[in-house]
Design a protein around this ligand. Sequence first.
Ligand SMILES: Nc1ncnc2c1ncn2[C@@H]1O[C@H](COP(=O)(O)OP(=O)(O)OP(=O)(O)O)[C@@H](O)[C@H]1O
Ligand SMILES: [Mg+2]
Length: 235
Amino acid sequence: MSASTKRVIDARGVIKEYGDGSTKFRALRGVDFHAHEGEFVILSGPSGSGKTTLVSILGCVLSATSGQVRVLDEMITSATEAELPKLRLAYIGFIFQGHNLIASMTAQENVALMLALRGWNHVDAQKEAARLLSLVELGDKVGSLPADLSGGQRQRVSIARCIAGNPPIVLADEPTASLDAQTGQLVTEVLHNLAKKRGHTVVTVTHDNRIYHFADRIVHIEDGVILDDKKETHP
Ligand SMILES: Nc1ncnc2c1ncn2[C@@H]1O[C@H](COP(=O)(O)OP(=O)(O)OP(=O)(O)O)[C@@H](O)[C@H]1O
Ligand SMILES: [Mg+2]
């Protein structure tokens, strides 16, 4: 990664405790994490190691107990709980393991809804939603309901939705977990293209070592601590 590439995420000494008193549990124990513009980073580690907790903090879903997280020029760890949703809308596209699409809305309406939340008017939102669905090769499925799409197609709709309005950061929490191997590769390729062709900073949580070769960097976390952070050596 060249020195001139912008550091989009910069997290230092992040601690997250759940509960209090005797039930207090420290899920993150001083995590340093960074990612650059156009970088595709994979976050991996065993179940319970803190992956979802970390991406939730980076994604302005949860606040850290202590430590500092900067997203572009914004110190998000200084934000109040009430300010988090606004920061999230401005900076973050989030993709969940389950697709979280609204069942009664078509693919196009699901994507347009995110644009409406980001302040777009109805006509422009519909047009842009159709364009984004073509980008993920679903131009012929704009009018389909989630129930009439395959798992991989639904996950591609949620990718289109998450980049609607062009947030700089895309966070994906096990986006391929419910997909077969081949569909998982296709979905990962779409995420990879978001980083390489559109300059998003993409952080993907996965256990699936078959998609590790897509990564610029693989970050391993165990028991709330980053173990290593190494550059991929694949060609
Ligand atoms: N709301 C919560 N209250 C208390 N403990 C929690 C809460 N959420 C997570 N934890 C604990 O924090 C630790 C990290 O959880 P987290 O969900 O971040 O793990 P993960 O790496 O995403 O695991 P998985 O691979 O199973 O999704 C776990 O031990 C979990 O039990
Ligand atoms: Mg998790």
